[in-house]
Design a protein around this ligand. Sequence first.
Ligand SMILES: O=c1ccn([C@@H]2O[C@H](COP(=O)(O)O)[C@@H](O)[C@H]2O)c(=O)[nH]1
Length: 280
Amino acid sequence: MSPRPFGARLVTAVSERGPLCVGVDPHPALLESWGLAQDVGGLERFALTAVEALAGTVSVIKPQSAFFEAHGSRGVAVLERVIAESRQAGALVLLDVKRGDIGSTMSAYANAYLDDSSPLAADAVTLSPFLGFGSLEPALSLAERTGRGVFVLARTSNPEALPVQTAALDGDGRSIAQAMVDEAAARNSGADPLGSVGLVVGATVGRTGLDFSQVNGPLLAPGIGAQGASGADLRTVFGDQIAHVLPTTSRDVLRHGPGVSEVRSAALRASAAIAASLRV
Ligand SMILES: O=c1ccn([C@@H]2O[C@H](COP(=O)(O)O)[C@@H](O)[C@H]2O)c(=O)[nH]1
């Protein structure tokens, strides 16, 4: 039997737990404010406390791989536990790794994050299309076979992205960001209730002129909280496609630690605020 696609699993998770994704980003500054050492022991305590607080509550957990990799192989071992324990507690795991490479190497990345046999396999991963959307094919096809998802960077939340992602394609009036949106739309065509090829579009980017109407896939919106955006910005960015938006925030929830119940309460407050702004 083929596995249930990520898009369908996401729709169920959001209907049961609400639309918020919370990031697990063990920033050195957060470890310090939680009174933890800047070592793999501090990383482990931070990350597993966040999982305990969040994974039974929110629909999606998004560990930021960079902060685990910074601690070497023992940090990656902690990431493996974060993935396994979050999934066990019922959250979907979106691993933020932003991978992208030539096709032959992309196959190895796909095996690392999207194959059932890998200890780093998550429910979905972030991908960078800078080598061309087509170079992501090994990840797109493995994700489809294993019921997983991908989120392709389109119009990211950082200000430096603007000149790159709004540049026009050669011989084509579309921006690079719109081309990514259209590629995702083509992959998701006909999927019901939602395709498994998502896009990353920052909540910070304001009105873009991007046409999301054909995407039929999840729109991950980082930038809420620490980067200055709020739920109220989502309608400006996504217009009438707001129902497919998966807002995500990390530091703005994690800064309430180190107590499990304080982190959980902050996530619940953020989730309620986001749900209200998506309804308005
Ligand atoms: O466009 C993008 C893509 C990814 N991110 C990631 O999301 C979180 C944001 O953390 P906050 O603490 O809520 O600012 C982080 O892991 C980024 O790498 C993004 O911000 N923008």
